[in-house]
Write a protein that binds this ligand. Structure first.
Ligand SMILES: [Mn+2]
Length: 298
């Protein structure tokens, strides 16, 4: 039995850790987009979980479902849409839903389908709920962001059940212990807000991109929180973070304006994403920081 989990973020890692918790004999294999799939390692009819992830192109998901006994749990809209377009969504076991995170769906699937003979299904543990809400950017509860940042201070390898397992056993790890991680995260958030404000004051500049007035900054592996101190939705249409990754430029766009769809802009440039957050890659940057910043007509 194998479980492939999205290795790139805490939602994927938590999803893998949940599977491992209920199936200790399961072999966990982290995978990310662009990585080759180990076809030779899959035995005929072997049980295979794929959580918070899908193979691209989608033909490979069908190939895997024909080879192994696949359970597919995912919330990525493009992959779910493809399964529906190919009329295989009903035939593939698992749980897929846009709007809930991989770890929330994995918990529910295991409770509903695997623990069905148990007298009581366990409710979603607080840690799973908080990580899930972060992954779908539902930040209404301030604990969501703080818990995520607190978790980033640990090695979160989902094989480490000494670390993860306690989150899934509320009697062993009561909610007040989750609070300890939230307090850690709150301090990190305060530090990051200061550090982001300094970075923006030092490095942000306006550019035009495809008709969008953008506030740009040269920074990779960030998110829209970087822009908070300098963002003015009346002055700009979008936030633009960019950086060089060895093989080319990565450009990320964000916007909180109703009249702006950065996903469409990025799609036209070969990338994609959501209406409020999207990205694309390019060999040559499609804008140039002007030495006379004021000369850009914003
Ligand atoms: Mn996810």
């Amino acid at each position: 039995m194998k479980c492939f989990y999205h290795s790139a973020d805490l939602d994927g890692q938590c999803s893998g850790a949940i599977v491992k918790h209920f199936y200790p004999e399961c072999e966990l294999i982290g995978i990310n987009y662009g990585q080759p799939f180990p076809w030779d390692a899959i035995e005929k009819n072997e049980p295979v979980f794929m959580v918070d992830f899908s193979l691209q192109p989608f033909e490979d998901m069908i190939r895997l479902a024909n080879l192994a006994t696949l359970v597919w749990i995912d919330h990525h809209k493009t992959a779910i849409d493809e399964s529906i377009a190919r009329h295989v969504d009903k035939a593939l076991p698992g749980l897929r839903e846009v709007g809930r995170a991989g770890c929330e769906l994995t918990w529910e699937y295991i409770q509903d389908f695997v623990m069905r003979d148990k007298p009581e299904k366990a409710p979603v543990p607080l840690a799973v709920h908080l990580l899930g809400r972060y992954d779908v950017w539902d930040l209404k509860n301030p604990q969501v962001l703080a818990f995520h940042y607190g978790m980033l201070t640990y090695d979160t390898d989902p094989n480490d059940q000494g670390f993860w397992g306690r989150f899934f056993e509320p009697d062993e790890f009561p909610d007040w212990e989750v609070d300890g991680i939230i307090w850690k995260g709150e301090a990190i958030l305060e530090y990051e807000a200061q550090s982001n404000a300094k970075y923006m004051a030092a490095a942000a500049f306006p550019v035009m991109l495809d008709g969008l007035r953008c506030l740009a900054v040269n920074r990779l592996l960030s998110n829209s929180k970087l822009f908070e101190s300098a963002w003015d939705r009346n002055k700009y249409d979008a936030m633009l973070a960019f950086g060089y990754r060895g093989k080319g430029w990565t450009v990320s766009l964000y916007s909180d304006r109703d009249d702006v769809d950065v996903g469409e802009v990025c799609k036209r440039r070969g990338g994609g994403g959501h209406k409020g957050a999207a990205g694309f890659q390019c060999d040559v940057l499609p804008f140039r920081p002007s030495p006379a910043r004021e000369a850009i007509d914003l």
